[in-house]
Design a protein around this ligand. Structure first.
Ligand code: OMP
Length: 236
């Protein structure tokens, strides 16, 4: 799976609201790539994943696993039974945990979804890094170090902000994927995001995928907002 794409974050509290949202995209030949996060998964469980997959969407299952290596390995082995395209862990769980995740996720026939590590959340800025997390290293260096750990643990890429996409590519290679939330249209409401960029600028920063939630899900016309994001980021 490769090529630039926009991933819509389905941050809804119920399956009913999620399906009503996805119904708006029924007319599209190419169904949008979507992300199922903690809110929807905890509310509706694995059946929601199956239903959305049956509608023809690619799925990023964003549960951000972060625990001891054995627990993460076993949880990933359960998730590997779901037909998703991408899953993630927190890189701060460290290398043994990431290696365990990879092992657990890999099915008996050798296939597996893409495995991505979250570096520093896009809601974290340099001040929070220092004040709350006691990390004195500059943001870009921290993200790069986490990305290198993920790379040497055999993962496929990282979640970072678009601001760090270029340096991650430089340090880990062009094929190492960058999945970037913190995306806002020019002049849009920033909300709780701190490290942000427009889809247009993210396209030239080397991001492989952008993740957008509220700018699309809360837009008066979500299909128009998604179309704008695709035009800015992918150029179609
Ligand atoms: O792993 C993620 O997807 C993620 C990592 C991160 O650092 N920042 C981040 O915002 N996300 C997710 O990306 C989505 C962003 O949503 P909006 O801020 O509404 O566009 C949410 O579903 C977050 O859970």
């Amino acid at each position: 799976m490769s090529g630039k794409d926009v991933i819509i974050a389905l941050d809804f509290p119920t399956g009913t609201e999620t399906m009503a949202f996805l119904d708006k995209f029924q007319g599209q030949t190419q169904k949008p790539f979507v992300k199922i996060g903690m809110e929807l998964f905890y509310a509706e469980g694995p059946q929601m994943v199956r239903e959305i997959k049956a509608r023809g969407h690619k799925i990023f299952l964003d549960l951000k696993l972060h625990d001891i290596p054995n627990t993460v390995k076993r949880a990933m082995s359960v998730l590997s039974n779901l037909d998703v395209d991408m899953v993630n862990v927190h890189a701060s769980g460290a290398c043994d945990m990431m290696a365990g995740a990879l092992e657990g996720l890999t099915r008996a026939d050798g296939t597996r979804p893409l495995l991505i590590a979250v570096t520093q959340l896009t809601s974290t800025d340099a001040e929070t890094l220092k004040r709350d997390l006691l990390i004195d290293t500059p943001m870009a260096d921290t993200v790069m170090h986490y990305a290198q750990n993920a790379n040497k643990s055999g993962l496929d890429g990282v979640v970072c902000s678009p601001l760090e996409a270029a340096i991650v590519k430089e340090g880990c290679g062009a094929d190492f994927m960058t999945i970037t939330p913190g995306i806002r249209f020019a002049g849009g409401d920033v909300g709780d995001q701190k490290r942000i960029m427009t889809p247009e600028k993210a396209a030239v920063s080397g991001c492989d995928y952008i993740v957008m939630g509220r700018p699309i899900t809360q837009a008066p016309d979500p299909v128009a907002a998604y179309t704008q994001a695709m035009q800015e980021f992918v150029g179609v």
